[in-house]
Design a protein. Structure first.
Length: 630
């Protein structure tokens, strides 16, 4: 079904292009003076946040002056240019649709025609708001004048005008500076000068005392991406970031962010000892957090996650370094401590009760639960918007239902989407239901349940948080990196998968996340000293697939019976969506990847990432929480 968006509604004067020649009237800054009243302009909000205001100004101009007026057409082009999301690290597709569903999407700058791009080029000299000027210059250079260094310089100057403060950095600065790196790399000598300017600016910032620890760590990350530092500068930055880490709260995420950056700079300077030392300090920071959490209401549950991350960080160190610094004994001690905490945590567990929701109020209550919160709290609430499948209750119900069902008199076949017979149930009403019959019934029930949950809870809530917030990749990466669920070396993949889903791109999300679920389960089992390999002919070792991993009793211990069944039901069962196998063999269709099961498994991944979190764990700043907005 098509969206009522600006790429598919040519009759809408705000969103349709005009085929006439560009007018001669000189653009005037007064045409968009109303933008000065926007907080997004004053606070350096992302350019796409200006889209609706520009569209409103364009609509008024169309109504008062006619659709052929220079002002109406220029504002329309500006609204269309600001509709898309910036992908700062992508050269081929720097802008992606704000919304996408099936075959329909919102407008992107590549949809603009030559006349619209000319209108934007004419308006560019009169645009003063930094974020808007950067977007329009970037669009004009990318799609109209890609060989004009002057236009590229206008874009980079505007992007670099975003101040290095935490609020501006979170809203648009991080993406702006990363985009400068991407633009400058394609500009030859002028680009090299821009990179040198950016490098000197960021190096000077890190050498000073401005900004929060998070800002310093993220500025360091952008600086590394610029790639213009010498070996000596890299070593100096490694020392500086390690020093900054000593001034942060021990056991905090800010401390670990700085230490990771320090380790990366030591690596770039070819100082393995410094890189390993900082990695070991990251592990110690997690251990410190674990001890701090022992004062919480449920200490063992709270401390287990950070201690797992500590062990994971230590195991990533080279064995030679671990042996030389006595870290093998530290690993053994922390592993023993983790076993003790897991035993205690069983006593701390309690069932979670949720207020029942009337059917006719599903959508409204789901939207109310996530609306009005600041970004971290909204994401956390969304990750808990729906209860998991209750395996114990449903198993007993399924057994009773099958025992008295006439359907068991018949032979039942299940067909896949491409017409293959994937499952057969033989008719036998005289005996007790077999375990496979019960599993098939449970999978069927869960499949129907998922359709309702997605339609009534997840989809409406996702629409609300996507409208009220912009979830940039850097924020999602921070959340995934700190989650005990996510393996350290896979945090970027998990983050991109979650981020794609938040932007409505479920095919991209599942292509990343489904294999990562399997690897997460495998690594958790290996961390417990369990074998996840088959030994075949001639001693050849092959990793077990997800089905075999979930069959191991230990998987159900750390996942829980309900979650383990959910993964089996959606990813592996032939009578269910069977997403893991359908994706792996290239059998999955467009409709399936945009369907309810795909949305649900994406949401389930977000649920797993955030399940160990409390609200204060994902605040925007090290000492900041999130609350419901006014």
């Amino acid at each position: 079904m098509a969206n009522d968006d600006d790429s598919t509604n040519p009759s809408d004067p705000i969103t349709s292009s005009h085929s006439d020649e560009a007018p001669d009237e000189t653009p005037n800054a007064s045409w968009w003076d109303a933008l000065s009243q926007s907080e997004d302009v004053a606070d350096f909000g992302a350019a796409e946040l200006l889209h609706s205001r520009l569209a409103d100004l364009a609509q008024r101009a169309h109504e008062s002056e006619g659709s052929s007026s220079a002002r109406a057409r220029t504002l329309t082009a500006m609204a269309r240019a600001t509709s898309a999301m910036l992908n700062p690290d992508s050269w081929d597709e720097p802008f992606s649709p704000a919304r996408e569903s099936g075959g329909s999407r919102t407008v992107v700058p590549s949809d603009l025609d030559a006349v619209e791009l000319t209108l934007l080029a004419q308006a560019l000299p009169a645009i003063e708001p930094v974020v808007l000027r950067a977007r329009i210059a970037d669009v004009v250079w990318t799609y109209r004048f890609p060989r004009d260094p002057a236009v590229a310089l206008m874009a980079t100057d505007a992007y670099l005008a975003v101040p290095l403060t935490w609020d501006a950095w979170v809203r648009s600065g991080r993406d702006s500076y990363r985009r400068v790196v991407e633009l400058a790399r394609r500009q030859g000598k002028p680009g090299a000068a821009v990179l040198e300017r950016l490098t000197s600016t960021l190096v000077a910032f890190l050498a000073g005392d401005r900004g929060t620890s998070y800002l310093q760590a993220q500025v360091s990350e952008v600086l590394r991406g610029a790639g213009k530092t010498t070996t000596e500068e890299a070593l100096a930055l490694g020392e500086r970031l390690e020093e900054l880490a000593t001034h942060t709260t021990p056991g905090s995420r800010a401390e670990r962010a700085l230490l990771r950056e320090a380790s990366a700079w030591w690596n770039r300077g070819q100082r393995d000892e410094g890189a390993c030392r900082c990695q070991a300090l990251v592990a110690d920071s997690y251990a410190t957090e674990a001890e701090m959490r022992m004062t919480s209401d449920r200490p063992a549950l709270g401390a287990s996650g950070p201690l797992e991350k500590s062990l994971e960080a230590l195991r990533l160190l080279p064995r030679k370094y671990r042996t030389a610094h006595g870290l093998e004994e530290v690993i053994n001690q922390r592993q023993q401590r983790l076993r003790e905490l897991r035993e205690i945590s069983l006593e701390e567990m309690a069932p979670i009760e949720q207020e029942p929701i009337e059917i006719y109020e599903f959508v409204k209550k789901a939207q109310d639960r996530v609306s009005g919160w600041e970004r971290p709290a909204a994401l956390l609430a969304f990750s808990r918007i729906a209860p998991l499948f209750d395996l114990d209750e449903q198993t007993e119900s399924a057994r009773e239902h099958l025992a008295g069902s006439v359907i068991r008199l018949l032979t039942r076949s299940t067909m896949s989407g491409d017409g293959r017979k994937v499952s057969v149930g033989t008719g036998d009403a005289a005996s007790e239901p077999s375990e496979q019959e019960i599993i098939d019934e449970l999978v069927s029930r869960n499949h129907h349940r998922i359709g309702l949950v997605v339609q009534a809870l997840i989809a409406p809530a996702l629409e609300v948080i996507s409208t009220e917030h912009r979830f940039d990749l850097a924020f999602v990466e921070t959340v995934c990196r700190e989650s005990p669920t996510v393996p350290i070396r896979h945090a970027g993949l998990w983050a991109r998968g979650i981020w794609h889903g938040l932007n409505g791109d479920m095919p991209s999300a599942l292509s990343l996340l489904v294999p990562q679920i399997e690897q997460m389960v495998r690594l958790r089992l290996k961390a417990q000293g369990l074998h996840t390999l088959y030994i075949g002919d001639n001693g050849v070792e092959t990793e077990k697939a997800l089905g075999s991993l979930l069959d191991m009793p230990e998987s159900k211990v750390f996942l829980g019976e309900d979650l383990a069944f959910e993964l089996q039901s959606v990813l592996l069962e032939q009578v269910g969506p069977n997403l893991r196998n359908e994706i792996a063999h290239g059998l999955v269709t467009d409709a399936v990847l945009w369907g309810a099961a795909s949305v649900y498994i994406w949401w389930l991944c977000l649920h797993m990432v955030l399940a160990p979190y409390e609200l204060e764990d994902i605040g925007e700043e090290p000492d900041g929480g999130s609350s419901r907005g006014a």
